[in-house]
Structure formats: structure tokens, C-alpha cells
Design a protein around this ligand. Structure first.
Ligand SMILES: CC(C)(COP(=O)(O)OP(=O)(O)OC[C@H]1O[C@@H](n2cnc3c(N)ncnc32)[C@H](O)[C@@H]1OP(=O)(O)O)[C@@H](O)C(=O)NCCC(=O)NCCS
Length: 133
């Protein structure tokens, strides 16, 4: 049975910086995984998507979409539990190596808002951001 496991729960209290792993599994098989984190001040409503990955044999079947929906839902719940709300979700992607990833992000309302040059050896690092109301 396919299920999505979020660890720790979005409402967990404790340290200011929150880091959650979201995994889609079918029994022992890992289908997809994502990790996202927040900045230290919940009032900012800012979350960073660190990674979102789908196993190659499970791509183009809507699993990336389910993972993105799960991450957004978890981040919203996280901020709600801290009397705030999700304003921005952002991610850094590699310009050349993540062309499909960039196209994927744009399907979900992310826009290219910044470029970090001279960090990586042979390509730029691009900042993509999604705004929530
Ligand atoms: C990017 C990634 C997560 C997409 O996962 P996925 O399960 O294939 O995505 P979905 O099937 O849910 O596709 C959602 C939409 O993304 C876009 N998309 C996904 N794969 C695409 C591809 N190969 N080419 C162009 N668009 C693509 C499409 O618009 C698609 O909608 P559609 O199927 O209705 O056309 C997956 O390719 C991956 O793990 N890549 C390596 C990791 C990575 O680059 N992550 C960084 C960005 S999040």
C-alpha cells in the first residue's frame, strides 16, 4: 500500500528551526522523498524546499505532484500551529543539471527570482520561489 510518511509531524514543537522529511513508500520500496525546512522566525512564513526526488521508474505518474502537494500541506499546517501562515516556499536548483526540475517547479507556480553565480564550478545556482496567499 502506498503511503506518505512525514517525520517529524508538522505541528512538533521544540527547536526554532524545523526540518521535515516527507517520504512516499510502497512497503519497503522508497518511491519519492522530499525535505523542507523553515527559517528561525515563524512570523516570516518562509519555508525552503531542500530536495524533492522521485525514483526514476516512478516518474511521470503524478508522484512528484503528490509530493509537492504534501510538502505544501505540511508547511501550511506547520505555520498554522505557530499562529502564522505559509507565505513563501523556495528552492535552489542547478541551472544545467536540473532542467526537468525547473520545468516541474514552474508547473507549481514557482518563478525564477534570483541567480547565484560563482558558487558552483560550471553553472549557476537558480533560486525559484512560490508565493502563497
Ligand atoms: C522533477 C521530478 C521530481 C518530477 O517527478 P514526477 O513524478 O515525474 O512528476 P509528475 O509526474 O508529478 O509531473 C508533474 C508535472 O511536472 C512536469 N514534468 C515532470 N517531468 C517532466 C519532464 N521529464 N519533462 C517536462 N516536464 C515534466 C509536467 O508538467 C508534469 O505534469 P504532466 O504530467 O501533467 O505533464 C523528477 O523528475 C525527479 O525526481 N527529478 C530529479 C530530482 C530533481 O531534479 N529535483 C529538483 C526539482 S524539484
Amino acid at each position: 500500500m502506498v503511503e506518505i510518511i512525514c517525520d517529524p509531524p508538522a505541528r512538533s514543537k521544540g527547536v526554532e528551526c524545523f526540518l521535515q522529511s516527507v517520504r512516499m513508500v510502497d512497503g519497503d520500496e522508497l518511491i519519492a522523498q522530499a525535505r523542507w525546512q523553515t527559517s528561525s522566525d515563524p512570523a516570516q512564513g518562509v519555508a525552503q524546499l531542500l530536495e524533492l526526488w522521485v525514483a526514476p521508474t516512478r516518474r511521470r505518474q503524478g508522484n512528484g505532484r503528490k509530493m509537492m502537494d504534501a510538502v505544501a500541506a505540511q508547511a501550511m499546517e506547520h505555520f498554522r500551529s505557530r499562529k502564522s501562515f505559509l507565505r513563501r516556499l523556495w528552492m535552489a536548483v542547478e541551472q544545467k543539471r536540473q532542467v526537468i526540475g525547473r520545468s516541474f517547479l514552474m508547473q507549481f507556480g514557482f518563478n525564477h527570482v534570483g541567480t547565484v553565480s560563482e558558487l558552483l564550478k560550471d553553472e549557476d545556482l537558480l533560486i525559484y520561489m512560490r508565493t502563497f496567499n
